[in-house]
Design a protein around this ligand. Structure first.
Ligand code: ADP
Ligand code: MG
Length: 728
């Protein structure tokens, strides 16, 4: 095995970049080639069908079956021209990733032959035999019906030979069984709440969109090295591994030159992404070795989230072509940065106004401040809930570590906006609002043009940061479906805006002008938030932990406990008021969360136990035997001074015995703890038991990593950090 490791490492190092099959055309020409977008709709549908479909997409008008038949026929013609043979409803169950079940177009033509068919019914609805998707008890297996239903607002696309139809997934009894359904409900809620406010400023506004721009971080590992690590293969992270002497301490990876094998992968993924209509914009190295990032231009949240799910799948497939495996886990390696997925979020109108960017004049600024303050109020009121929305067994390794947002949700405003809020509290309510824009600044070198300085600085330690025209919700995990965070954030903001509008209406009914009514309503909110949710200091510091607690922010760090926020009275009420989740759905989802948490830890614990007993202890004992042989031989030849001569060997033998015993005892204690945990039937209690087991994995890891330091390098069975992280 040790020989094998050495060979694998050598081979991995020698691998060269795979040639990329670059299309002849420019990206703008093949962008959206595999998407049934408006251009294709126009080309493949008659005008009546086209108009009906657009009305459905833009204005939520229902689509009748006959029109759906016409749409399906047009899609089929387009798909067949691309060699498509199958269709699938593509949905996002409460597992990780997406689900699909392929049906071919084939049917009897009743003339003795076969024909490709696809009608409105198969487009609109499918009934996957889905009894084994998580439902948190909503659907017992005996009533296992679940339906997928077409979401026309996210365009149909082609993957390989399959036409993929984005769908929601709901139970026979109507409850949502997926991520998309509640997200769409939250997006509707935020439109319903924000629109009346926007109309006060501009009666022409017809729709408010929620926007999402995700930044996907990931690691790449050579696939052969990956295959030699059972922990990576089964859990997505390394459960053991001594730190590499060089890791990220030189800060030389961030924005560094992209290695050629990785560059080839990135180009390939961009080509695939463009064809799928994903507007990829940014690619770069991240802070940790072998860590990278990919980000698109932001878009409407439902579509942008579908695209994130799609690109995650595509990345996995494309990586294999390049001999890599993508790690989306939030913390694949101990001691270096983990991966997140910043969710850049904002609201905007169909008239092109970004509601979280300063306006052109004082009226625009008032609208901006209105939304800005209400977002902060929502984040304050629902801070525990927002944290619950990003919590998971895997993200737990990242939060609170000295690299990612702490396990406390606070908001960073930057100096400009902090000053604006303070000033608003001092001046009369009819004072026009001024906000300093980007300032020109000379670099001090004549040949360098003036640069423009943003009105916010960066604060990497904040989980929810204002960055000029949007907020960045940074606590989201790299492997997560953004929908969970986006549903919660949009619903919370919708609720706050609704409450705010009602208060403003009351003020106006009492005779106040719009501006004064708005400012008079905003001021008490600003007072309430300015010294609570707003925090521009160092989120990593110990003082902040204490300070946050004093301010009444949620400081819970135990993940199964965090989930409880979803079923707290205030939060159930908010979600039901906004029509996003029913109480039953919230309870069911928590059952699923706890269950997934326990299972994830259970798998890690099993893998850890087996690797410790099957891989690590045997390697340590083999080396110990070698040492003992050596000692025996020295003793034979030098019976009088062997103790002095073999001092190092004897000490090592003792050390190895100690550590082996330690590992062995801890593993068996963990197995016992698992037996106890597995008997618990209540999902929350079980998850709490597994939370303790998760902590015990650290304790098992320690002596293993210590052994890695002393055992003969040739005899160590697993690729080491230095090998996993520096080969590309
Ligand atoms: P960084 O945060 O690392 O500086 P970028 O400036 O590249 O990253 O932007 C990150 C993401 O934010 C991109 O997906 C970008 O499209 C998105 N973004 C920019 N403005 C907005 C906005 N108003 N609403 C939502 N997302 C936005
Ligand atoms: Mg960012």
């Amino acid at each position: 095995m040790s020989k094998l490791r050495f060979d694998v490492v050598q081979d991995a190092f020698k691998k060269k970049a795979v040639a990329v099959d670059t299309p002849d055309a420019r990206p703008s020409e093949y962008f959206g080639e595999l998407v049934f977008n408006r251009e294709k709709m126009h080309k493949y549908l008659d005008i009546k069908t086209y108009n009906a479909l657009i009305d459905c997409i833009d204005n939520g008008k229902p689509l009748d079956r006959e029109t759906a038949d016409h749409v399906a026929a047009g899609m089929k013609t387009w798909a067949l021209a691309h060699g498509v043979t199958h269709i699938t409803h593509w949905f996002q169950p409460l597992t990780e990733g997406t689900a699909e079940k392929h049906d071919s177009f084939m049917d009897y033509d009743n003339k003795g032959g076969m024909i490709e068919t696809f009608d409105g019914k198969s487009l609109a609805q499918q009934e996957p035999d889905a009894s084994s998707f998580p439902s948190g008890g909503i659907r017992a297996t005996f009533e296992a019906r679940g339906y997928t239903a077409w979401d026309p607002t996210s365009p149909v696309f082609i993957q390989d030979d399959t036409l993929c139809i984005p769908t929601v997934f709901i139970a026979y009894t109507g409850e949502a069984l997926d991520y998309k359904t509640p997200l769409k409900k939250a997006l509707k809620a935020v439109n319903d709440a924000a629109l009346p406010i926007c109309k006060m400023f501009d009666p022409k506004v017809k729709k408010v969109y929620s926007y999402l721009g995700w930044e996907q971080e990931y690691f790449l590992v050579d696939e052969d090295l990956y295959a030699a690590r059972p922990d990576l293969m089964l859990t997505g992270r390394t459960l053991m591994g001594h730190a590499s002497s060089k890791n990220q301490q030189l800060d030389d990876h961030y924005f560094g030159a992209i290695p050629s094998r990785v560059m080839a992968f990135m180009r390939d993924i961009e080509i695939a992404g463009y064809k799928l209509g994903i507007p990829l914009k940014t690619r770069h190295n991240e802070v940790a070795p072998n860590q990278f990032e990919l980000a698109p231009i932001f878009g409407e949240t439902n579509l942008s989230n579908d695209q994130n799910q799609l690109i995650m799948n595509t990345m996995n497939a494309v990586a294999r072509k390049h001999g890599f495996v993508v790690l989306m886990h939030e913390k694949p390696f101990d001691g270096i940065n983990g991966s997140g997925k910043h969710n850049n979020w904002s609201l905007g109108t169909d008239t092109g106004t970004l509601l979280l960017a300063p306006g052109k004049d004082s009226k625009g600024n008032l609208q901006f401040v209105t939304f800005f303050v209400n977002v902060l109020a929502a984040v304050q009121k629902y801070n525990a809930l927002l944290k619950a929305s990003i919590a998971s067994a895997t993200n737990a390794h990242r939060l609170g570590a000295n690299e990612a947002p702490p396990a406390i949700v606070s908001a960073f405003l930057g100096k400009t906006m902090t000053d604006v809020l303070h000033k608003l509290l001092e001046v009369p309510s009819d004072t026009p609002i001024e906000i300093a824009g980007k300032k020109g600044k000379s670099v001090g070198l004549v040949e360098i043009p003036e640069i423009f300085i943003d009105n916010t600085d960066r604060n990497r330690t904040s989980p929810f940061a204002f960055t000029g025209n949007r907020f960045e919700f940074r606590a989201v995990g790299s492997s997560a479906n953004c929908a969970n965070a986006m549903t919660t954030l949009n619903a919370a903001v919708a609720d706050q805006l609704t409450e705010f509008k009602a208060a403003v209406d009351k003020e106006m009914a009492a005779g106040k002008s719009m501006n004064i009514a708005i400012m008079d309503t905003l001021k008490p909110i600003i007072k309430k938030i300015i010294n609570v949710i707003c925090f521009d200091g160092n989120g990593y510091s110990d003082e902040w932990q204490k300070e946050a607690k004093k301010r009444g922010l949620d400081v819970e760090t135990c993940v199964p406990q965090m989930f409880k926020a979803f079923t707290e009275k205030q939060n159930i009420e908010m979600f039901t008021r906004m029509g996003v989740y029913t109480e039953k759905e919230l309870e069911a989802r928590n059952e699923v969360r706890w269950e997934i948490y326990s299972k994830k830890v259970q798998i890690e614990a099993r893998v850890m136990g087996l690797m410790a007993i099957n891989n690590i202890i045997p390697a340590a004992l083999a080396y110990q035997t070698k040492l003992l042989d050596n000692i025996a031989k020295i003793k034979e030849l030098f019976p009088n001074k062997y103790q002095q001569m073999a001092k190092v060997e004897i000490e090592l033998v003792e050390k190895i015995s100690e550590r082996v015993t330690d590992i062995h005892d801890k593993v068996y204690a963990m197995i016992e703890a698992r037996k106890v945990a597995n008997k618990i039937t209540d999902e929350y209690e079980k998850a709490m038991a597994y939370y303790k087991i998760a902590e015990s994995l650290f304790a098992i890891r320690k002596p293993i990593d210590k052994l890695e330091e002393v055992v003969d390098n040739d005899m160590w069975p697993l690729p080491k950090y230095r090998e996993l992280l520096f080969i590309n």
